[in-house]
Design a protein around this ligand. Structure first.
Ligand SMILES: [Zn+2]
Length: 383
């Protein structure tokens, strides 16, 4: 059995809270106004950090009729989901993997019996779109930016008539994918698509290239909530192979201008607009580090050898340190290539094409999380 550290931390926090509250309710030798005051101060201190982060696999009401669900990434490769209960139907954010969709549907059903009419794929990756068929079987229509179809045409080569592609690779490692089938979105938008019943409004928007060529955002102007897909994550989950980091920074700049107060990322806990800021800073700082090496005329092997130093430099910056993870080597390489460098030989396939087996190339893509993420990207890990 896997132990989820975040959950373990959560349990510890809960039991500590219970002990403390019991102590506060019955402290030795303290009068009651003083006791109540201390109780209030400490309760606020203990609960505020909890409110600011979600719990994996638990639906959370972000605002009336609007929900966020942090998926179990480390255990099942699931992405985060959201859903909005409109007057006549439910709109879901992200199709997830088939097993993720199967997990979410009963949770929506526990809240409302309105039909689930639409599922919005924020992008084409397996952990956000491979569950589409499950949603269709439950009466929904998959919706996406036209770029999602363009990306699927590139990578889902079996569906579009040629050799096995990402779906087939993912199916080798995931029973839920093997038991389902690819269902590309059938309702598409080029610039935006709006759902508005007078009470709730959701704008599906595209701002340009970021995590992929077809990233879509769900913006709720009334509540100032944005669902970002993987164009913004909250933790070390940035897969850069299908996007462009320079344009990613520009796209995030446009997203920031929406003025969101709550950001529901594609992976990791939800939070405030600070997440958008931090995600953007991560790429800015990463690019600065690589640029220094490019300007100094470093060769691919020298840049590869400098990954440790880049890691140390980025780690010093508290606000972005949480973005550093097993993908760093591939991220450095991607930026280096974007700046005109050549791929590092030994890891080039890690981001080159997902038909390749990233794990087999070792180096930066061998730890557990990368294997999970590689699998959810449709890459078959080499172990
Ligand atoms: Zn993704």
């Amino acid at each position: 059995m896997r132990i989820n550290p975040r959950r373990a931390r959560g349990e510890w926090r809960r039991s500590f809270r219970v002990d403390l509250i019991q102590f506060l309710l019955n402290p030795p030798g303290m009068n009651s106004p003083k006791r109540i005051y201390i109780l209030l101060v400490l309760a606020a201190a203990l609960f505020i950090p909890v409110l600011s982060r979600s719990e994996v696999n638990k639906s959370e009401a972000v605002a009336p009729d609007i929900y966020f669900h942090e998926g179990d990434l480390s255990g099942k490769g699931h992405c985060n989901n959201g859903w909005i209960v409109f007057e006549d139907y439910v709109l879901v954010i992200d199709g997830n993997f088939p097993s993720g969709a199967q997990e979410i549907i009963p949770k929506i059903r526990a809240i409302t019996n309105k039909p689930i009419r639409f599922v919005f794929d924020t992008h084409h990756h397996g952990d956000h779109a491979y569950g589409n068929q499950v949603w269709v079987d439950n009466g929904a229509v998959p919706v996406a930016h036209t770029g999602v179809i363009d990306e699927m045409k590139k990578y889902e080569t079996s569906f579009y008539g040629n050799t096995p592609g990402r779906w087939e690779d993912a199916a080798k490692g995931r029973k839920d994918v093997a038991a389902s089938k690819l269902k590309p979105p059938t309702l598409l938008f080029r610039k935006d698509m709006i759902f508005d019943d007078g009470k709730h409004r959701v704008e599906l928007l595209h701002f340009g290239v970021a995590h992929t060529q077809g990233d879509g955002f769900a913006w709720l102007p009334k509540e100032k909530i944005v669902f970002t897909g993987d164009a913004c994550v909250n933790g070390p989950y940035n897969f850069v192979g299908d996007g462009n980091t320079e344009q990613w920074i520009q796209t995030l700049e446009a997203v920031k201008k929406l003025g969101a107060k709550t950001v529901c990322p594609g992976h990791g806990p939800m939070g405030t607009a600070q997440i958008l800021e931090d995600q953007q800073s991560y790429f800015i700082e990463l690019r600065k580090q690589v640029k220094k090496l490019v300007d100094a005329g470093k060769k691919p092997e020298e840049v590869k050898a400098a990954v440790g130093d880049i890691k140390a430099a980025l780690q010093k910056q508290e606000r972005i340190a949480r973005y550093i993870g097993d993908f760093l080597g591939a991220q450095v390489e991607k930026v280096f290539v974007e700046m005109g460098g050549k791929p590092f030989q030994s890891v080039s396939a890690a981001f080159d094409d997902h038909k390749h087996h990233a794990g087999a190339h070792g180096g930066t893509l061998t730890s557990g999380r990368s294997v999970v993420k590689a699998r959810l990207m449709g890459v078959r890990p080499g172990r």
